[in-house]
Design a protein around this ligand. Structure first.
Ligand SMILES: Cc1cc2nc3c(=O)[nH]c(=O)nc-3n(C[C@H](O)[C@H](O)[C@H](O)COP(=O)(O)OP(=O)(O)OC[C@H]3O[C@@H](n4cnc5c(N)ncnc54)[C@H](O)[C@@H]3O)c2cc1C
Length: 432
């Protein structure tokens, strides 16, 4: 359920390993609310923080199906190739993912055991007594109908949860009367950036406060500084309020050392030797961090001040947020969820519903008490998947993996493997 980069991930893993067509012959139902596969990255007016080459890698894999090989020569692919070693605009990533999605959609037509349901919303999942799952879906102007399967994958994208977050002990963001507020997810859209430009133009001496200290916060700072109105901002007028300094990505130890960036052994990815491979800020967010931190060979950026959130009392923080011309909460994502019912018809509270990690190490959805559902999986933005060191993760990384490359590689592999194990179990049970 969900045909964005997350939902496509396991299919693209299978395609890279020559297993997609066999899987289609086993039977896959792909349910997508919109009219296209490829996801929602096109709404954002910033650049990717993954290199263009990471999106192209799947096309070069040995097992890539003949029926998908035309993608290698498509004009959109050729445009992406110009960004092999740089950061493409997200609208281009979206066009590219749409192209891949269209080709995947076409493959469904040659495999009648499988079905693609576009313009169809998945409404709820019901765990059956016999170990299968029933998914209630409805198309536009259609009555709900039920799809029954051995397993289901929930890939509905992410949601931001800053409203429930404590800004300081005893103070929730939602309790502050902020003049203007755009969460990072809103700010980074084309419309959000246009709104921010107007707000900054009228800001006078008021601050622009970004709350958070990871990818979204620094991407937001970079995006704000590109706006025409930002030219008139004074020193320190954009304030990043962070709990701790961000981790920064470096391709190797030597580059980090040359940049005077302190790192520990635990920041090194054991597979690639990169510094903060999984958790480090990349792309334009990293560029602006380097300018703020006055790193070598960059123009220092004095319009941004970085402050520590814990240095503020609840009262000081409330004043700072309420006096600001604009507040931008950048506190990450959690999985979007849907109602899931147990065989007795009781709705389960999922861990994702209470802003926890949606999945365990096998990508199984977790209920609020941490129990994994045997045959409902989760993938995509905010799912809280914690990569292992074998997947190329630095030991110090504590965050979640939100990466298209990971969906199409290690995480996609986990889900494919688990689904196949369940299918084999069922065959064995039927034979017995
Ligand atoms: C601003 C931003 C920049 C990012 N940049 C990068 C980057 O550079 N590189 C990178 O690797 N990752 C990046 N990410 C992280 C992540 O990889 C992307 O967000 C990615 O698009 C997530 O894919 P997804 O499938 O989880 O979500 P989405 O792209 O949102 O797709 C979800 C899909 O589910 C569908 N859907 C939702 N509800 C239903 C329903 N009930 N029934 C059926 N269908 C439904 C939607 O229509 C949509 O097509 C970024 C994230 C953000 C927010």
């Amino acid at each position: 359920m969900g045909g964005g980069p997350g939902g496509l991930g396991p299919l693209l893993w299978a395609a890279q390993h020559g297993r997609f067509e066999a899987w289609l012959d086993q039977g896959i139902a792909l349910v997508e609310r919109s009219g296209r596969l490829g996801g929602t990255l096109g709404q954002y007016g910033i650049n990717s923080d993954s290199l263009g080459g990471s999106y192209l890698e799947c096309l070069a894999s040995a097992g890539w199906p003949t029926a998908l090989q035309h993608l290698r020569h498509d004009p959109v692919t050729l445009e992406m190739e110009r960004y092999q070693k740089s950061y493409p605009p997200l609208p281009l990533v979206n066009r590219y993912m749409g192209l891949v999605g269209l080709a995947v959609a076409e493959m469904f037509t040659g495999h009648p055991t499988s079905a693609l349901h576009l313009h169809t919303t998945a409404q709820s999942v019901h765990l059956c007594e016999d170990g299968r799952v029933a998914v209630v879906v409805h198309g536009q102007n259609e009555r709900p109908r039920t799809l029954v399967a051995r397993s289901a994958v929930v890939a509905l994208g992410g949601r931001q949860h800053w409203r429930d977050e404590l800004a300081a002990p005893g103070l929730k963001f939602v309790d502050c009367a902020m003049r203007q507020l755009l969460s990072s997810n809103e700010l980074l859209t084309h419309d959000g950036l246009a709104q921010a430009n107007e707000i900054i133009g009228d800001a006078g001496d008021r601050s622009i406060v970004i709350v958070g200290g990871a990818h979204s916060a620094y991407a937001a700072a970079w995006a704000l500084l590109q706006l025409p109105a930002a030219a008139s901002l004074k020193d320190g007028q954009i304030v990043i309020l962070q709990r701790r300094p961000p981790r920064i990505f470096y391709p190797d130890r030597a580059t980090a050392t040359a940049d005077d960036y302190p790192f520990e052994e635990g920041d090194i990815c054991v597979r690639t030797q990169r510094v903060n491979r999984m958790g480090g800020i990349r792309g334009h967010g990293r560029d602006i961090w380097r300018q703020i931190a006055r790193k070598p060979n960059v123009q220092p950026e004095s319009r941004v001040a970085v402050l520590t959130l814990q240095d503020f009392s609840a009262t000081q923080l409330r004043v700072a947020l309420e006096e600001a011309a604009l507040v931008v909460p950048c506190l990450g994502y959690r999985s979007a969820t849907m109602p899931i019912f147990d065989p007795a018809g009781q709705r389960l509270t999922l861990k994702a519903d209470i802003n926890g990690d949606a999945v365990d190490g096998d990508c199984r959805l977790l209920t609020a008490d941490g129990t994994p559902l045997p045959n409902v999986f989760g993938i995509g933005l905010g799912s809280g998947f914690r990569p292992t060191q074998a997947m190329g993760c630095e030991p110090n990384f504590r965050g979640q993996a939100n990466s298209l490359w990971m969906y199409q590689n290690d995480i996609g592999a986990v889900i494919y493997r688990e689904i196949q194990l369940l299918a084999e179990e069922r065959q064995t049970a039927v034979a017995a």
